[in-house]
Design a protein around this ligand. Structure first.
Ligand code: ZN
Ligand code: ZN
Length: 78
């Protein structure tokens, strides 16, 4: 079981003015119950997997967009 050791307090993210916390690169640890500024996928405190949902959605949209572009290029070639 992952447990909060209080280390996350050092990485604690400050409140953002408008916009999503995730969009500002902040990640949520459900175990520590707070947002942190951390590059990794796992909490530096408890080792719990961090939530980065909107980021994944952006990657997905980018991926779908590049797929569409390839399709358009193929249409031109044909
Ligand atoms: Zn913690
Ligand atoms: Zn944590």
């Amino acid at each position: 079981m992952s447990k909060c050791k209080g280390v996350c307090d050092r990485y604690k993210a400050t409140k953002t003015q408008g916009g999503s916390r995730y969009a500002n690169g902040q990640k949520r640890c459900q175990s520590c119950e707070l947002f942190i500024n951390w590059e990794g996928l796992w909490c530096p405190c408890c080792g719990h997997r961090l939530r980065t949902m909107p980021r994944n959605r952006i990657y997905k949209e980018k991926f779908l967009q590049s797929k569409k572009i390839i399709q358009k290029e193929q249409d031109i070639l044909l």
